[in-house]
Design a protein around this ligand. Sequence first.
Ligand SMILES: O=c1ccn([C@@H]2O[C@H](COP(=O)(O)OP(=O)(O)O[C@H]3O[C@H](CO)[C@@H](O)[C@H](O)[C@H]3O)[C@@H](O)[C@H]2O)c(=O)[nH]1
Ligand SMILES: [Mn+2]
Length: 568
Amino acid sequence: MPTPNAFPLQERIPVGSTLKRVAHLAILSLLVLLLLYRLSSLPHHGLPWLLALLCEAWFTFVWLLNVNAKWNPVIRRTHPAHISKRCEDLPAVDMFVTTADPVLEPPIVTVNTVLSLLAIEYPAHKLACYVSDDACSPLTYHALVEASEFAKSWVPFCRKNGVGVRAPCVYFSREPEPRQLLSPGFLKDWELMKDRYEQLREKIEEAGRAGDHLCFDDELSRPTKLDRGGHPSTVKFIWENKANVADGIPHLIYVAREKRPRYPHHYKAGAMNVLTRVSGVITNAPFMLNVDCDSFANNPQVILHAMCLLLGFEEEAMSGFVQCPQKFHGGLKDDPFGNQFVVAQLTAGLGMDGLQGPFYLGTGCVHRRKVIYGAAPNGEFSAQEPELERKFGSSRELKESAMEVLMGASKTTLAIKDLSSSVYAAQQVASCTYEFGTSWGEEVGFVYGSTTEDVQTGLRIHGMGWSSVNCSLDPPGFLGNAPVDGPASMTQIKRWSTGLLEVVVGRNSPLLATLAGELRFRQCLCYLSLNVWALRSLPELCYALLPPYCVMADTSFLPKVSKHSQLH
Ligand SMILES: O=c1ccn([C@@H]2O[C@H](COP(=O)(O)OP(=O)(O)O[C@H]3O[C@H](CO)[C@@H](O)[C@H](O)[C@H]3O)[C@@H](O)[C@H]2O)c(=O)[nH]1
Ligand SMILES: [Mn+2]
């Protein structure tokens, strides 16, 4: 019998280069010499010299943080072909898509993301797709209903023809691959599918233009006007894989959590926690994939690759979550606003995989459900009733399902026994008062209190001692949209950088997680380099203002070249 290592699921390949390290050390010594020179000559100079010293000291500090992050780069190789040899049955996965506004995030975008997930290469009876709609918009709901009809021909078409990108808008924006044209009848199928997709798109866009006439069901059970701020919780099964078969289409469930004007909703983190609970009482898969509504699956094997990284280690603690790097589709050429983070992905992205693992980036990530439930790696969990209720809230169904997860049950199919009772329980856990007095948003679930809930949630997970793993694939696992104009990029960067700064001083600070928790020191420095992003603007601005100031004040912050030192 072969040993398990004969079929590794993943390989870790360090790619550190000595040359790069020598270059870093050379730069470090130059920086130190510059600072020493400034310091020693400070008494002979005025304020500009002191300001230059402070700015350069700060730049050196940030430079050190960055070098720390990229010092030990690692790449991962994954072998999905070995999965069947290593485990008998694949685990189940709940897939979450969040959307918040049918105008800013048109339903056709969400529909494409959902279709790319429904058609993913993974047994369909092990998948369930949940869409959270924070606007509770009938437009989004109806678009998904139409999409589920379309999926009945789209998913078999993708499987039969080994389609690469399974978001139809991207697939049909290109000509079919020449290799596919060789198979008889392909072109006819392709044209038919393309026509059907066009019809779907037109129908959805037409409904959007027509505006308010839609309501949730055929009967007028709900105000037709969109009310984003106040609505009851709505959970609807759009499609159920009743036959529970591998080559069917995964369950598709629409979720709009309850919203009331005076109750905090905690933005995306709140939506993710509702999805976690709703899926907990319906399918309760041990793994959860989450994507933004605009990040479609670009590599149909992405879940299989992620599974290699989740199942391929001796110890679970090595992979609390698996994060695909955030890559973008249709972004501006050469990334003029720098919001595609191309360099950071290649440097810190690979470097952190050599430490405790990549940050959680909010999209393109597969979590272990028990990690989100606050379990420590290989740790004991108190299963006492009062403890469970304090943490997870009062729903009996949720407490039972959470127990299963924390005890390590590995669920492999997602057949639904009693639809109506699980929908009832789901509506209950999606209410806006459910979390009061519980640990949701703190010890359990996605962390509240910051506009960058993702980084903060990842930090909490690393702080408990879990590692994470980078899943960098070719073609990339998911592709999202980056803002394509200056103002939108600035708004996004301002939101991120302020959110990240709040974290340093809050109770979820990486410093505290290192001192009192299990966050490793060098990983803490990686978090710090991200968290102090907003502060970098001050010394940068100051340093940029020094030359004009010195010209105007007829002084200098740079050493003067003396006659003797000039080269002739
Ligand atoms: O109240 C809200 C607000 C947002 N969202 C969803 O959250 C996702 C991300 O929001 P978006 O406004 O697109 O933010 P971005 O700046 O593009 O998102 C990046 O930054 C966020 C905060 O760090 C992360 O959560 C995201 O995953 C990451 O892609 C989208 O799917 C939204 O629909 C909600 O569901 N409810
Ligand atoms: Mn976005």
